[in-house]
Design a binder for this molecule. Sequence first.
Ligand SMILES: Cc1ncc(COP(=O)(O)O)c(C=O)c1O
Ligand SMILES: N[C@@H](CCOP(=O)(O)O)C(=O)O
Length: 470
Amino acid sequence: MQYISTRGSAPALDFEGVTLAGLASDGGLYVPQEWPRFTEAEIAGLAGLLYPELAARIMTPFVGSALSADELRELCTAAYGRFAHDAVTPLKQFDEQQWLLELFHGPTLAFKDVALQLLGRLFETFLSRREAHLTIVGATSGDTGSAAIDAVAGRDKIDIFMLHPKGRVSDVQRRQMTTVLAPNVHNIAIDGSFDDAQASVKRMFNDPAMASSKGGRFRIGAVNSINWARLMAQVVYYFAAALQLGAPHRKVAFSVPTGNFGDVFAGYVAARMGLPIERLIVATNVNDILHRALANGDYSAGTVTPTAAPSMDIQVSSNFERLLFDCGGRDGATMAKQMHGFETTKAMQLTNAQREGAAGLFTSARADADDMARAMRWASEAAGDIIDPHTAIGLHAARQSGIAADIPVVTLATAHPAKFPDAVERATGTRPSLPPRVGDLFAREERFDELSGDYDALAAYVAERATESD
Ligand SMILES: Cc1ncc(COP(=O)(O)O)c(C=O)c1O
Ligand SMILES: N[C@@H](CCOP(=O)(O)O)C(=O)O
């Protein structure tokens, strides 16, 4: 399998190459040259497999010859062996139509673990082969950071620099990052929003003084969903849920709390692979650029508004570029022009082809603070379940989606409620407690540095601490 950039001018790479590269050297995102497709009979044959085996089968066409079948199976077994539930991503029924896919049983209590537990192991495998060193630079609005740090802490071929927006993540989220004191982990609180952090990360990939792909000193790597391997691993749970609900003989809809558009794009990939998905519902909070883009073609970023669902406080959704590229005819030169325009003005209008292509599968909804609190209360009162604010946004969108009653609607439960105890308690009166697997989080020492958000200060900070590329 070869991967091409959405902006058309970076070299095509194999799976090992894209995993280590993260962002393409032309500033675009890597996507498979063509979508692998499973027949109906092949999908039916996946029913009943244990999660690690299912994961290996779904990922095989994307991995190609970069790993042997045994290597891939072993990595999946090790990655999903760290989950606290035997099903890895269990499905729970709310009522006749509404279901919840619990993605938070990994070590750091959010859906990010599903991909990052695998990605950490992929890095180690590929870096050992090359005897190379990787400098990961990542941005987090709360969950990617802790999941990535858990996945790579203590690995000697990797340094990780993780930027979070100061004061805009929950205390649990911050401590899950800053109490990991391994020498290869560097947490940085920046002034600004997640979007500012993400922009600095992308800039470093293109910095000739820093990135070895541009002649610089460090092999810069990505743990954010700009890295294709993240999305590939997230495709698996769409199959896992749909198979349990009767796929391929029955269609299923998914409602996905969305920020950087990675999780819901993984659902799009599942559909392109042949999984019969009725609808993908893009659920946003008041940072609703994606809702506006899908509803009327207006992709223009305002300032980020802090909310009680902080991980979705994002206005520039990296992976939307992958969708626009695929729906818009896979024309890299046009995409590059469109994205450069957006980077300059922070606004763009979707083309008709992009809008029509997206409309075939996606709908969207926006939830404000009241909608979110109401959905948390409904889950608690009607179904006896405590859900987190991000999941509540997905559930709100699912319940008002108007999907035909005989089609199951699965909301992705992206985080454990105990990551956001204040918001959950305000809405439901119940304060969720942390599961024992996170241990004595509030008794541990924290370590992080603070930076202004200025790119040059960040580059100097990384350059002083990172290991030079091979
Ligand atoms: C808990 C939670 N829910 C939803 C999202 C949104 O997912 P995505 O950015 O893949 O759209 C995130 C972060 O990205 C998250 O941490
Ligand atoms: N919600 C994320 C931010 C988006 O990051 P990505 O890694 O999915 O691109 C977070 O919690 O950090």
